[in-house]
Design a protein around this ligand. Sequence first.
Ligand code: DAT
Length: 178
Amino acid sequence: MQHPKRAAPNILITGTPGVGKSTLCEKLSETTGLKWLEISKIAKENNCLEEYDEEYQCCVLDEDKLLDGLEEVMSCGGNIVDYHCCDLFPERWFDIVFVLRTDNTTLYDRLVGRGYSGKKLEDNIQCEIFQTILEEARASYATEIVHELSSHTPEELESNLQRICLWLQQWFNDTNNQ
Ligand code: DAT
């Protein structure tokens, strides 16, 4: 359902770390002028990270603080939200959700290239094998707005970009004709 007050839609780009969210979001933001919100970076810059979790090798997120801080910008619309999970965000924030997917070999190489190893590497590969983020997205948002995008090659990056731009154009057409 489209939000009546939004001048432009909000798009969620999610998926396991390494599937290509930032790469796609950066290009999408350049192409469309929509604002790219890198949630990990925003959380860090706004002191929304709590104590370090040794087991998972990452910081615990203060979700309430993060969401409160984003409410205003999200209600205006025109944002591309980039984050590796999706069930923390209010359903009403998004007009469409894209879950990027890669095969295990591609993801493994990308994560090793990023310096991941041990439990962190295994957990992320398993997350993709069990399509955890896709299931999370389907459980958190209306299934008709959740779409999977294959994200292995520069050609797929280009076709994903085109697909989202076409959807965006349609959103503006539909909104202007209402
Ligand atoms: P994420 O933001 O999901 O963690 P990323 O955008 O940082 O992922 O991408 C991880 C690596 O994979 C990075 O080296 C760029 C590369 N990559 C991303 N999308 C790609 C694509 N469609 N084709 C080839 N390489 C890609």
